[in-house]
Design a protein around this ligand. Sequence first.
Ligand SMILES: Cc1cc2nc3c(=O)[nH]c(=O)nc-3n(C[C@H](O)[C@H](O)[C@H](O)COP(=O)(O)OP(=O)(O)OC[C@H]3O[C@@H](n4cnc5c(N)ncnc54)[C@H](O)[C@@H]3O)c2cc1C
Length: 323
Amino acid sequence: MPLSNIWVVAEPSNGSFTTTSLELLCQARTYGATVSAVTWGEDVASLAAQAGEYGGAATLYNVGALGGALPGVPVASAIAALVASVGAPDAILIPTSYDGRDIAGRLSARLDRPVLTNVSGLSDQSGLVTEHPVFGGSQTVRAHFTGEGPGIIVVRAKSFAAEPAGGSPAAVVAAAPGDLGSTGGATIATSHVEERVGPKLEEAAVVVSGGRGLGEADKYALIEETAKLLKGAAGASRAIVDAGWVPYSHQVGQTGKTVKPTVYIACGISGATQHMVGMKGSKNIVAINKDPDAPIFQIADLGIVGDVHKVLPALIEALKARG
Ligand SMILES: Cc1cc2nc3c(=O)[nH]c(=O)nc-3n(C[C@H](O)[C@H](O)[C@H](O)COP(=O)(O)OP(=O)(O)OC[C@H]3O[C@@H](n4cnc5c(N)ncnc54)[C@H](O)[C@@H]3O)c2cc1C
């Protein structure tokens, strides 16, 4: 059966949709099906414009202000109520994020439908076929839904491009949550926003990442300085996150962030498959490693066999001299 109807859960963030939400809206419109978006918040006028511009969405369902509640319970409840009132779409696309995964799990229970997670690709083969990287990204598994009801699909960041393709603003339709049950009483007590200088790791055009080859936590300052001079973001391998040198939010890889910058500079990183799966889509990969046989060189466009403690200070000096 051709796809006729796709819903995208589009997460709001400071008056805009998150980048992964925009990626899903763009991808949804490529199938020629009717696209609708589901979001939440008090003022969604600018979001309605984005839903049209990126997804060609005619309708933006708004769950409304959540009053300090976590989105998972009310949004899943509102989507389940929508399915009951307007009918089920072929698929519900949800970004991989804390809230997205929460919504997906709760929706699965409410609709009694399974969820396909960690999706990195989608194709229309008379129904959506999902792609999932396994074994550290070395193999891809394909899956599709059977049976009646919508496919709940949770998609990784950077799986698709987000380009506005034009379209009128979506019509905003209120989508009130139904019964929230006992979990509806949970509210956000406090939240912590991590301080960040420069662009977000997932959105930076240049990413400079450090690994265990830096030798000690203090040397991560070399990574941060290089990233700053290149107007990029600083990333890390899991080894140094696990060692407590940098926060988890810096981690690139299978269990961290997926990045696709124009330039990725890996410094003292061996190139384990679990790291590479998160950065191999970068346009240009530069690797600095003292071991000429390090696996990272297999995917590097430019390999520098050398000591990071010599190469990075020289690079920093050259960048400073360039002004
Ligand atoms: C389920 C699972 C999930 C995982 N998820 C992730 C993930 O999301 N992200 C991730 O990164 N890893 C992940 N890992 C861990 C991964 O397997 C590797 O252990 C990790 O990526 C190694 O980090 P590293 O390259 O910094 O360290 P190492 O592998 O120890 O490499 C250090 C490198 O630095 C080089 N070096 C040493 N000294 C210098 C010097 N002075 N100058 C230049 N080079 C030097 C060495 O030659 C070596 O190549 C995961 C593992 C598992 C099992």
